[in-house]
Ligand binder design. Structure first.
Ligand code: SF4
Length: 83
């Protein structure tokens, strides 16, 4: 199963938690906010990336660690929002 990660980057406060718990997928950018590695940026400033099952746990940890809840995970097939 595949998942979509979405990052509401405009509302990221740059705390660094996501990059600390899931460094494979999250890095801190030069402006102090985080980025999803290899993601695409939408017109609204959000980043998104599709990942496979094997990458789910790391990204869920990142999402749970976010103090302002700007990381979201959605099942690609059903569109079910998981966080
Ligand atoms: S945990 Fe949330 S607020 Fe902190 S850097 Fe990551 S996305 Fe931004």
């Amino acid at each position: 199963m595949a998942y979509k990660i979405e990052h509401d980057r405009p509302n990221c406060i740059g705390c660094g938690a996501c990059a600390a718990v899931c460094p494979k997928h999250w890095v801190m950018g030069e402006d102090g906010k985080s980025d999803i590695v290899a993601s695409k940026m939408r017109d609204d400033g959000w980043e998104e990336l599709e990942v496979e099952d094997s990458e789910f746990d790391c990204n869920m940890e990142a999402a749970k660690s976010c103090p302002v809840n700007v990381i979201h995970l959605t099942k690609k097939d059903s569109g079910e929002k998981l966080i």
